[in-house]
Design a protein around this ligand. Structure first.
Ligand code: PHE
Length: 339
């Protein structure tokens, strides 16, 4: 037994000495000191020894285990240090390399202008509502005083999904949905996408954006509309820009107007953009037609209101002095300028 132990020690020491990596060393350690390792196997023979020899041999085995463990751990430290050193010298960190440049994104110009317009109206106490893009004939036309045989239906070339279901051609649908939901006093705006079968050119697109506005209360007059729109024009076009009303026609407002603002290129002097008139058209508006109020269960003898609908794309083009196609093409070089 003694010889066996001595042999084990000398074999083990030479194997420890020969190990070239932490991995190989660990494998050797398991082979010798592990549960089914060589030293444990020797220990099992202990029970076959005569009683008087057992304590001395047991002690010798434990000493061997302690000695080998300390040899393993010394060798482990050496190998580990060497491995870390060689890794460090092989994997140099090149601090001169370019860092990644993360491009900072930006909001689309339409989103920015929509948010600014929304903020403007919210500061005047308006609420912001949302309404569906897929609508019924009722909300897009019927409730807006535009029955099936009404000539105004031809003006807006509408995308129909079925006989009754369509892509809304105007955000005026939001007026009806709001008046059905809340009773006066009402001050709301409703921004969103609208669809018409137009080809894309400098001023048209089959999908564009509108912002609807609606105010209903007792004693609302056209002066309220005018005063508010003058504030809007000077806020967004600057330079004390004002508005003017031109008589127009919409089935859901009476009287109806088309609203121009002072041209923000020449401030009224007349230029190429305003075709020499000093004015640019910004929106359609009017006093809410009595029939529309009645359709929504609001007494037109008690309440009056005004409504307006502006093209967000148009306003964005005016503010940024660009054209419709640039805003929709989403050419990144164009959009980046709005950072
Ligand atoms: N809905 C009209 C359009 O799309 C605009 C409008 C809204 C006019 C509200 C009057 C009142 O042209």
């Amino acid at each position: 037994m003694k010889e066996q132990l001595e042999k084990l020690v000398s074999d083990s020491l030479s194997q420890i000495g020969a190990a070239e990596s932490v991995k190989a060393l660990n494998e050797t350690k398991v082979k010798i000191l592990g549960k089914s390792g060589e030293l444990t196997a020797l220990l099992r023979n202990l029970k076959d020894l005569p009683d008087e020899q057992r304590p001395a041999v047991g002690k010798a085995v434990n000493e061997v285990r302690a000695k080998l463990e300390s040899e393993f751990s010394k060798k482990f430290d050496d190998l580990h240090r060497a491995e870390v050193e060689s890794k460090l010298s092989a994997e140099k960190i090149d601090i001169t390399i370019d860092k990644y440049v993360h491009d900072v994104g930006c909001l689309h110009p339409l989103t920015c202008v929509r948010d600014k317009i929304t903020d403007f109206f919210v500061s005047l106490g308006f609420i912001v509502t949302d309404s569906p893009e897929i609508e019924t004939d009722y909300y897009n036309f019927e409730a807006l005083n535009t029955p099936a045989d009404h000539p105004a239906r031809d003006v807006q070339d509408t995308f129909y999904i079925t006989d009754r279901i369509l892509l809304r051609s105007q955000t005026s649908t939001g007026q009806i949905r709001t008046m059905e939901r809340i009773k006066p006093p009402i001050k709301m705006i409703s921004p969103g996408r609208v669809y018409r079968s137009d080809d894309l050119d400098a001023t048209h697109s089959p999908m564009f954006h509108q912002i609807e506005g609606l105010v209903v209360d007792k004693n609302i007059t056209m002066c309220d509309l005018k005063g508010m729109l003058d504030m809007f024009a000077s806020h967004f076009f600057g330079h004390n820009c004002k508005t003017r009303f031109r008589p127009s026609y919409f089935p859901f407002t009476e009287p109806s107007v088309e609203v121009d603002a002072t041209c923000n290129h020449c401030y009224g002097k007349g230029c190429r953009v305003c075709k020499g008139t000093g004015w640019i058209e910004i929106l359609g508006a009017g006093m809410v037609n009595r029939n529309v109020l009645a359709n929504c269960g609001i007494d037109p003898d008690e309440y009056t209101g005004f409504a307006f609908g502006m093209g967000l794309d148009r306003i964005t083009n005016i503010i940024h002095k660009t054209d419709m196609r640039a805003v929709f093409e989403n050419d990144i070089r164009f959009l980046k300028q709005f950072k």
